[in-house]
Design a binder for this molecule. Sequence first.
Ligand code: AMP
Length: 382
Amino acid sequence: MMIQAYQTIGIIGGGQLGQMLTIAAKSMGFYVIILDPTPNCCASQVADGHIVAAYADEEALGRLAQQSDVITYEFENIPAQAIEQLSKQAYLPQGAKPLALTQHRLQEKQALQTLGIPVAPFIGVQTQEQLLEAVAQLGYPAILKTCRGGYDGKGQVVLRSEADIVEAAKLLPNDCVLEAFVYFDYEASIIVTRSVHGEMTTFPIAQNIHRNQTLACSIVPSQCSKEVEQTIQAFAQTFMQTHNLVGTMAIECFVSGENVYVNELAPRPHNSGHYTIEGCCVSQFEQHIRAICGWPLAATTLRQPTVMLNLYGEDIGRVHQLIPTLPNNAYVHCYQKGEAKQGRKMGHITFIETTQMNAQKSAEIVYNKLGYSDSSIGGNEK
Ligand code: AMP
């Protein structure tokens, strides 16, 4: 099936990813309707319609189905069952499978392992007794993560010694997974897109720098060797192909020498792929729309070396003051979110340059002006 311009795309979820998907879809000539519980959410400000309702509200999903020619989603914590149900009455080419594979950390790791894709050693944990046994097996340091709902370091406790057990045990009795700590050289991610026709592309790998377990910055090209690049691409393609997935998947990895461990999957466009808007011949958002609408996928070639800097609640006020001083290779994105809370992703800036070094330098100058004077953004803190 091919969805044409002037037909309607329904998007479940109206955050910044929904907003950027909508902007891409609108520029291709589609109408867009958002379903999101928050009135005036980011995506509703650029979409043609907004159904204000909970993600699992059956009646509201039914209305979205009636008004849409194709439906997609922009985040992973929608009840998979609601999507399963919806796909019986609407055209939802991704189906619920990408959600089912990624909503539960333990099951996600098992799915990766089954395909021979390496992950950090892990043990499923539900009780304090199991936690102590798992720590005895994996040793310190280790990280306890909730299986459901955690993101950006939320729902996670790093265990460096026995003293951290009490804090970690607070995450129980939710389903959790204890992971061995990986001493990686750097973190990297890839965005893979597979269309309804089985056509597949990967974007250039981004090297990601996290601060406080949240993404601070992505640098492209990454420092991956050819071998590491091919390994990550092969993981992405194998996962999509084997599960016959449609849409976009982001795969976050730890790289240590030539070894790659997959950390996490996201069944949607991803923060580390925002650089593609200015950096590549097609953005991750347009590519996703192409994939679900049955259009040919576009070339993902990197136009120029690119650095993407995230802007959080604490940065955004200063960014507005900095705008007159920004270099002419800096592209500011603001998501029109309400309150600029500490730690809330409010926007990003992309720097493109003739060399990666120069893009990094431009980003570093702005980063320092924002008040971050620690290490250079080229070096990973962890
Ligand atoms: P996550 O929410 O799983 O993506 O974790 C957030 C960040 O915490 C990652 O991007 C890493 O910087 C760090 N982290 C998570 N798991 C591990 C691990 N097993 N070893 C080392 N660092 C980790």
